[in-house]
Design a protein around this ligand. Structure first.
Ligand code: C2E
Ligand code: MG
Ligand code: MG
Ligand code: MG
Length: 288
């Protein structure tokens, strides 16, 4: 019980809690209108081969262009959407938008889409994904679903059922934020992952912190034994990249190669790459 020291017996604490709730409710209401109002946008962040630095794929990261607040972080609105159940509608929209845009890129790289716990327990998810793939013409192997451990814990049997159906379509599966949940090893044992993404918490101090480097190194050994490639998140410096490269990490994602960007920026990068590849091909075709 907090002490009543304000007017009407309401403490400053209670007052600020009341305001935070009001703010959350306002955001929730606005979020429920965001799709209809065209305020959602999918950004993309590059994923690169650790050794060649070539682009291997991108992760789709949702942005909310709020009419008065500017860009709202998904760290704020995704939890609100999860609480209110909008996450399924929003998640379906992201899947559709990402597959549609990916199907139009000039280089056939992979696109990874985050799928929330609630979406995994939507029995129609595999059907919806199948329909989106047919409609957009995106090759199933170019779509990678990212799930976190918390998503699986809610209803393991149902989640596993959905995942198996998705994998049967040819869709890839990645474990996101590896090491931050409380059942990483259980999840690894039971789910057919094609990739493990080490959380950026472990990468931050990889060059200076003994715990971080030990955790990353043992994860790389585990990935190697299981034949599952490892991607390191939050790679910000050349030092991070050097360490990961030496230790045999296959892929990286982070500010070193770029922040999440709008589709139009990505399209330019991929068009440039396609043009270069085309020139190299032409040069190679010329007789000596
Ligand atoms: P996540 O899936 O783990 O995505 C990676 C987050 O790390 C992104 O934050 C990205 O911008 C950030 N990041 C990437 N590289 C670096 C780096 O070098 N340094 C630092 N400091 N950060 C880096 P973002 O875009 O704010 O997204 C936060 C989280 O929101 C995501 O974490 C994901 O859990 C969730 N999220 C984003 N979009 C969606 C979506 O469409 N659906 C669902 N369900 N969740 C989403
Ligand atoms: Mg992710
Ligand atoms: Mg992550
Ligand atoms: Mg995360």
């Amino acid at each position: 019980h907090s002490k009543s020291n304000g007017k009407n017996g309401i403490s400053a604490y209670e007052k600020s809690m009341g305001e935070a709730n009001k703010e959350r409710n306002t955001l929730a209401l606005e979020l429920s209108q965001s799709i209809k109002n065209g305020e959602l946008e999918v950004y993309y962040q590059l994923q690169n081969d650790t050794h060649t630095r070539a682009i291997t794929g991108v992760e789709a990261l949702l942005r909310w262009n709020h009419p008065t607040r500017g860009i709202v972080s998904p760290a704020i609105f995704i939890p609100i959407a999860e609480e209110n159940g909008f996450i399924c509608e929003i998640g379906d929209w992201v899947l559709k938008q990402a597959c549609k845009q990916a199907s139009q890129w000039s280089v056939p790289i992979k696109v990874a889409v985050n799928v929330a716990p609630r979406q995994l327990t939507d029995r129609d998810l595999p059907k919806k994904v199948h329909a989106i793939l047919l409609e957009t013409g995106l090759s199933p192997s170019r779509l990678e679903i990212e799930i976190t451990e918390s998503g699986i814990i809610a209803d393991t049997a149902l989640a596993l059922h959905s995942i198996r159906q998705l994998k049967a379509l040819g869709v890839k599966l990645a474990m996101d934020d590896y090491g931050t949940g409380y059942s990483s090893l259980f999840t690894l044992q039971n789910f057919p992952f094609d990739k493990i993404k080490i959380d950026r918490e472990f990468i931050k101090e990889i060059n200076t912190n003994k715990q971080s480097s030990a955790i990353v190194q043992s994860t790389l050994i585990l990935g190697d034994s299981l034949d599952i490639p490892i991607l390191a998140e939050g790679v910000e410096t050349e030092e991070h990249l050097q360490f990961l490269s030496k230790q045999g990490c296959q892929e990286v994602q982070g500010y070193l190669f770029g922040k999440p960007m709008p589709n139009s920026n990505l399209v330019k990068i991929l068009d440039d790459q396609a043009a270069k590849e085309n020139n190299v091909a032409k040069l190679n075709r010329k007789p000596a």
